[in-house]
Ligand binder design. Structure first.
Ligand SMILES: Nc1nc(=O)c2c([nH]1)NC[C@@H]1CN(c3ccc(C(=O)N[C@@H](CCC(=O)O)C(=O)O)cc3)CN21
Ligand SMILES: CC(C)C(=O)C(=O)O
Ligand SMILES: [Mg+2]
Length: 259
């Protein structure tokens, strides 16, 4: 059975953790989906882990759509959500609607994600939801704002923490179906998770969220560098390097292909 937005909300109510990972191509998405991942995010972290840029800012809407289409071809069960990239939604409401509309029209994604809880973003959430485009929110560390925020943990002071709570509550009221909490203190994430009826998905936000997400390059140990809160469940860099060494030896020794 395909995962729906209603299902995510039920899982929050029943305390069944939501399992989420990012994906940026077909083969990875197909494996994650078969392995039982509930929510697959076509993150704009694609810019860094898939395209080699040093921030998420350069990735374009066309590139996000190209990768989201590939991901969706591999997915049967998981809910797929696609990040709207930097400058595809911040300019004005019309641009945001066009960008989100293209994602739903041209890919198989069920929803889009935008960063931040400022009034301009709330208006986008209200309008997109009204016209039938599900929106996921994202507060705390919002990497599209790294030129202002850096990559530090957010919400450390009481004032900052209160603002993040306000943004999360406002995003829910505006119609967001779920919200990413990134790189904030565990207690703040727990407070927000208790306050909201929609599921919170944490990354570097402690273990009290309704679900957890990791960038799959970090999860698999493919990234050369990763945030302090990431965990690699396997070291694919090592696995791949060993495989190349073995291939090299076998080819040089004329053991592959076999005679
Ligand atoms: N591979 C990867 N994994 C991610 O989780 C991820 C990305 N890429 N790209 C987009 C954003 C960027 N993220 C990041 C990147 C770096 C830090 C980090 O190193 N934080 C340090 C402080 C660094 C500083 O002050 O500049 C920390 O200790 O919190 C955190 C989150 C999370 N996201
Ligand atoms: C880490 C998740 C939440 C994300 O926004 C991304 O991968 O771009
Ligand atoms: Mg992102």
């Amino acid at each position: 059975m395909a995962v729906t937005i209603q299902q995510l909300i039920k899982w929050k109510q029943t305390g069944r953790s939501i399992i989420s990972l990012t994906a940026w191509d077909y083969s990875l998405a197909e494996i994650l989906d078969l392995a039982g991942v509930d929510l697959i995010l076509v993150g704009d972290s694609l810019a860094m882990v898939g395209l080699g840029y040093d921030s998420t800012l350069p990735v374009t809407l066309d590139e996000m759509i190209h990768h989201a289409k590939a991901v969706c071809r591999g997915v049967n069960r998981a809910l797929v959500v696609c990040d709207l990239p930097f400058m595809s939604y911040q300019v004005n409401l019309d641009r945001a609607i066009e960008a989100a509309g293209r994602v739903l029209k041209e890919t198989g994604a069920s929803g889009i994600k935008i960063e931040g809880g400022h009034p301009k973003m709330l208006e986008i959430v209200r309008e997109l939801t009204a016209i039938g485009i599900p929106v996921m929110g994202h507060v705390g560390l919002t990497p599209q704002s790294f030129r202002v925020l850096g990559y530090r943990q957010q919400g450390k002071t009481e004032k900052e923490a209160n603002l993040i709570v306000d943004h999360a509550v406002a995003l829910e009221q505006a119609g967001a179906f779920s919200i990413i909490l990134e790189h904030i203190p565990q207690d703040l994430a727990a407070t927000i998770t208790d306050k909201l009826a929609i599921p919170t998905i944490g990354i570097g936000a402690g273990n009290k969220c309704d679900g957890q997400v990791l960038v799959t390059a970090d999860f698999l140990g493919l990234s050369a560098k990763q945030p302090p809160f990431a965990k690699s469940y396997v070291n694919l860099r090592q696995v791949i390097t060993s495989a190349v060494e073995e291939f090299t030896t076998e080819v040089r020794d004329q053991k592959f292909p076999p005679a």
